[in-house]
Design a protein around this ligand. Structure first.
Ligand SMILES: NC(=O)c1ccc[n+]([C@@H]2O[C@H](COP(=O)([O-])OP(=O)(O)OC[C@H]3O[C@@H](n4cnc5c(N)ncnc54)[C@H](O)[C@@H]3O)[C@@H](O)[C@H]2O)c1
Length: 243
């Protein structure tokens, strides 16, 4: 057992999730890093008092149950949940298969809901907790992302509804909506497309995973519990929409 705050970050092996896990660990949390792999993209599985990797597919209910059984057994509490795991399968709707729609909704929305359900039960009993869901500016709408935009819009709806359910138990639930962030996900885009996206940014720049991690750490802090049901954009101003 430990007297540190216990945080769970999904999709923590690389990109934004990895930066969030590192940031929360720097701020004194003991972080359970749940990902499809049981180490990070540098092959590190740093142990014990900082980061603990748990191989988990959040789209599988049995995996999520096993993850929470591990947390119960090892720590007996959960103070912070960051639902970060997410995937893209982009295409214009007439080229998108129903499987690509299902895959994205399954991980980004149903998976996040499965993890929220387990966390909510425990945080309600503890009468404390912080949940931060990583949505996306794309919930406002992006060409080629009918599946992804729908999943992230759903995640924001989930965030708001759950904030209402958990508010009386001292648990806040918020979303962070990143814009264009430099991660393995965006590095897979065609260079010309990426360049166009950067030029469309008010800041003419991509954000970093650390930019997102700072916002998550703010909402995950013990002192920010009066902020709940909100969506905080970390997008270089792209969501302003004008110009
Ligand atoms: N990169 C961006 O520009 C951007 C912008 C807006 C929102 N986001 C969101 O931020 C989150 C992280 O994005 P990223 O760019 O770091 O992505 P990434 O692809 O670089 O990393 C995602 C991580 O999630 C893990 N993951 C995927 N499916 C999983 C599953 N079923 N169970 C457990 N882990 C799973 C992957 O293994 C990977 O480690 C996602 O939810 C994404 O939608 C990213």
């Amino acid at each position: 057992m430990t007297d540190k705050r216990i945080a769970l970050v999904t999709g923590a092996a690389r990109g934004i999730g990895k930066a969030v896990a590192e940031r929360l660990a720097d701020e004194g949390c003991l972080v359970v890093a749940a990902d499809l792999d049981d180490d990070d993209d540098e092959g590190r599985a740093p142990g014990a008092d900082r980061l603990v990797f748990q191989k988990t597919d959040i789209a599988r209910e049995t995996d999520v149950k096993a993850l929470f059984a591990f947390i119960d057994r090892t720590f007996g509490r959960l103070d912070v949940l960051v639902n970060n795991a997410g995937i893209i399968r982009d295409n214009l709707i007439w080229n998108m298969s129903a499987d690509d729609f299902d895959a994205v909704l399954n991980v980004n929305l149903r998976g996040a809901w499965l993890v929220c359900r387990e966390a909510a039960e425990r945080m309600k009993a503890q009468k404390s907790g912080r949940i931060v869901n990583i949505a996306s500016r794309a919930w406002l709408g992006n060409r080629g992302q009918t599946n992804y935009s729908a999943s992230k819009a759903g995640l924001i709806g989930l965030t708001r509804a759950l904030a209402l359910e958990l508010g009386r138990y001292g648990v806040s639930v918020n979303a962070v909506a990143p814009g264009l962030i430099d991660t393995p996900m965006t590095r897979r885009l065609e260079p010309e497309i990426l360049q166009k996206l950067i030029e469309a940014q008010p800041t003419r720049a991509m954000g970093t995973p650390q930019d997102v991690a700072r916002a998550v750490a703010f909402l995950a802090a013990a002192q920010t519990g009066f902020i709940t049901g909100q969506t905080l954009y970390v997008d270089g101003g792209k969501s302003i929409g004008a110009g």
